[in-house]
Design a protein around this ligand. Structure first.
Ligand SMILES: *Cc1c(COP(=O)(O)O)cnc(C)c1O
Length: 400
């Protein structure tokens, strides 16, 4: 039941010939998806608990989003931002009513981070330009975003990096106080580090950053590219932390799998991104906006924030006993549908073994197995996935 005309091997040969090899890819060509399942060109089915690297926040081809895309594509695909267009206004309204402020739209997470950094520098005084970010954070691959990403492996060979960035250890308020001076424009942090291994900010840390930013009249930016749109069980991660940022960045799942990024900035900051200072040709296009609105409405009307809490608890109760029982399982970290299982051994082999048994997960930060399940994941999916994962971890423990 595939629509593909090429085998995985044929597609791999096309890539070898024509596509720049900047990604490590699994030797499988995916052709079709539905909910939390995806099929390859050979007709094999996988349970995907990491669908679309977190972008497919409602799983593959969510019907209401697909329908919204069809309708929008048939009436207006793209118009530039020299015009008004209803879908952009409506999606901005939807996001603002569940968060705060005003929206600017772009197409990716890195672009959202770029916009937030520019806004921080624009909004603060002439001499304020410095941005503080955190070790093991991740903010994307464009030059400002990758400079903000305080991980040396992403900087190797592409220097010099952008000036004006300072890095602090995650969780160390004293270090931030030391780095903060009258040149500080902004502090940028993920409420829960994603790529860095699913690390929630320590208790009180985000509130401390809020204070430091206020003391220096600097901008507090939360990178919610991964935590946003219901992922953690509230609309946005900052709401669970109980700390109000000045700007949040959005992308990944925000439009249910269609390329879309954006920022929300407070009413006070918003005017600083003034006409002529920033733009994005495709940003806020009707197609992405219609997909985003359908994604948001689905989350709301299907009660998926509650489902995140229920299913997160189910994952936790299935996986927590393994921490006690298997010495290779060091720690379980969960924030809604962001789940990290920290091992005592590299996580890549575990992810490979799961894939052989039809379960897709992600290996990040050397030893962490990361799950970003769809918000509409069911109890059956959780049980099926945990069973495979548990069997694989037991096998690895036994083989040691
Ligand atoms: C993925 C990610 C980004 C980068 O998003 P792109 O769309 O790949 O540019 C930025 N910040 C965070 C927190 C992310 O998880």
């Amino acid at each position: 039941m595939t629509t593909a005309t090429l085998s995985s091997q044929d597609t791999i040969e096309l890539f070898d010939r024509y596509v720049i090899p900047n990604y490590g890819r699994y030797p499988i060509s995916l052709v079709r998806g539905e909910g939390s399942y995806v099929w390859d060109a050979e007709g094999n089915r996988y349970l995907d608990l990491f669908p679309g690297w977190g972008c497919n926040i409602l799983g593959y081809c969510p019907p209401r989003v697909v329908e919204a895309i069809r309708e929008q594509a048939a009436s207006l695909l793209h118009v530039p931002n020299t015009w008004y267009m209803e879908p952009q206004g409506r999606f901005a309204e939807f996001l603002s009513e569940r968060a705060f402020g005003k929206a600017f739209f772009c197409n990716s997470g890195a672009e959202a981070v770029e916009a937030a950094i520019k806004l921080a520098r624009l909004h603060t005084s002439e001499k304020q330009h410095r941005i503080i970010t955190f070790e093991n954070g991740f903010h994307g691959r464009t030059f400002a975003a990758v400079t903000a990403t305080a991980q040396p492996k992403y900087h190797q060979g592409i220097g010099p990096m952008l000036p004006g960035f300072r890095y602090a250890p995650h969780g160390d308020l004293d270090a931030v106080r030391e780095l903060a001076d009258d040149e500080l424009a902004g502090i940028l942090i993920e409420p829960v580090q994603g790529e860095g291994g699913v690390n929630p900010a320590p208790e009180g840390f985000l509130a401390g950053l809020r204070e430091i930013a206020d003391e220096h009249e600097a901008v507090l930016i939360f990178d919610e590219v991964q935590t946003g749109m219901g992922r953690t069980g509230s609309w946005f991660g900052y709401q669970q932390a109980g700390v109000q940022p000045d700007v949040i960045t959005l992308a990944k799942g925000v439009a249910g799998g269609v390329a879309c990024g954006g920022i929300l900035a407070t009413e006070e900051l918003a005017p600083s991104l003034r006409p002529g200072m920033h733009a994005s040709t495709f940003g806020g296009n009707p197609l992405a906006m219609a997909a985003g609105l359908a994604t948001g409405r689905t989350i709301e009307e299907e009660g998926l924030l509650e489902n995140v809490a229920t299913m997160s608890e189910r994952f936790r109760s299935r996986l927590e006993p393994l921490v006690e029982e298997l010495p290779i399982v060091r720690e379980l970290r969960t924030m809604g549908m962001m789940i990290g299982i920290d091992l005592d051994v590299p996580s890549t082999p575990a992810v490979g073994k799961c894939m052989e048994r039809g379960l897709l997960l992600n290996a990040t930060h050397d030893t962490v197995i990361r799950l970003l399940p769809a918000l509409n994941v069911t109890a059956e999916h959780v049980d099926e996935g945990c069973e495979i994962l548990e069997a694989v971890l037991r096998e690895m423990q036994d083989e040691l």
